[in-house]
Unconditional design. Sequence first.
Lengths: 316, 280
Amino acid sequence: MRTFVLNLIAHRLLIAGLTLLIVSFAVFFATAMLPGDTATILLGQAATPEAVAGLRAAMHLDEPAVFRFFRWLAGLAQGDLGTSYVNNVAVADLIGGRFVNTMRLAGITTLIAVPVALTLGITAAMFRGSLYDRIVTILTIGVISVPEFMIATSAVLVFSVYLKWLPALSFANEVTSFWQVLKVYAMPVITLAFVVSAQMIRMTRAAVIDTINTPYVEAALLKGASRPRAVLYHALPNAVGPIANAIALSLSYLVGGVIIVETIFNYPGVAKLMVDGVSTRDLPLIQSCAIIFCIGYLALITLADIVAILANPRLR
Amino acid sequence: MTLSTPFSSKVSYSFSWVGMVGLAIIVFWAVIALAAPHIIPYPIGEIVDEDYFGPMSSKLLLGSDYLGRDMLSRLMMGARYTVGISLAAVCIACFTGTALGMAAAVIGGWFDTILSRFLDALNSIPSKLSGLVVAAAIGSSINVLIVMLAVIYTPGAYRFARALAVNVNTMDYITVARTRGESILYIIFSEILPNIIGPLLADFGIRFVFITLLLSGLSFLGLGVQPPYADWGALVHENISGLPFGAPAVIVPSLAIASLTISVNLLIDNLPKKIRDRSA
């Protein structure tokens, strides 16, 4: 039985790897097939025919796109992300520190969002149909159906325009005290936490309700267990798998959220770098950032699948 | 499958009032989008206020934007782009996705496997990321935006339609039709489609919301609809410097997006069961 589970997991990882290959293919060709000659664009005023030919040869632009794809992929695997078109710096150097910043933002958001979302999701399921449950449900649907930037702008309006607790759309680099760290991270984290928790609350609630609807929980209720007891002691242990799956899945919404949040709050992370790269059409930078985000997204989705496999006692 | 009497089927077509409110707001925005060029109070490019980020007043109902242009007119014209682009994209995405999904379910075999694997892979690129990459590579004219949004949301529509069609495909009447020697097109359009059309319509609405949100997000980043045109996301983008003053120019377009997407969600949640769960 053990090997069966391991096989399932190996299968998932294989699919993830294959998907990543197709995704990198898609990212490369979406950016490599663009109209206009990269060498001519790069040289700008100095684009004499000889210079263009020289640069094309140096950048391997004369080769078929498939060769360039594999060359790029091989470089990627060795950690060589290429050189930025705009300022001739290695992309890896540009991304380096910013990657840490983005991970820190995502990490803090996760630490805050998970406990809050689990509490709200489980209690909403526990008191299903009550006023509390309906308020939570309406709020989560509300957050899910508005764009992320609206949550960010609302947070700014509430906390810095009306309450004046926090600075508006600025990100100060000179952070000296703990208090300042708190102030600087508060708004991006609040926004992201809202986006992620809304998904997480919805999925957790659904997962717990699924378990509550089983006959054995009904039996527990019939024997006289209170609703909280039936949910916390009887239903919850069996809902751990689906809940963990829900957590991993909703954390994948971080990827979309972080792009908006870093831009609006001017946060020095990978997503801001990428959005800036789009406006300067710095393709190696965009490709690398896109692959990083795709890996993160794919990792979370695969993790969710694996957790679901591990948590299913019928497979163990 | 539950037995239903004629009476209960009549009742199940009735709307709840929440659904009606949602529908009313959607119709309101549709009318605004269609009639905008004839009913805007000022030309959208004209500077009518000497002050920028003006407050709401009887002359300028929604205040003025960062150049002193009338916000109400710009919002009304913005509805054309937000609703129009999203609607065009969602039609293409759902049509392509549903057609492929039903074909995959009926044909099966390697056609199904390869198509599913490929579209699943496309589906695991975060939507905003695809938007950024395409905007960087090709730029973002309105036609490119429509095609891009359609391509991003086709895999989801495919997966949904395929799952529904696979269920129907195992029914006896499909086997009968096959034995009768009907063509694949006949089976798809005459036997399967009528039985899954309700849930497909609900999915159409949900996908419309996703597309509207992605379009607004991209426009907000300045990578969606480009000036001189402006959809609601672009209106927030160009007026974002008014945020510290709480200018209506920033808040109103956001509220417009929220009102549209929430209404569609409300309408779908409150669709008569008969339409929504027809295949259930």
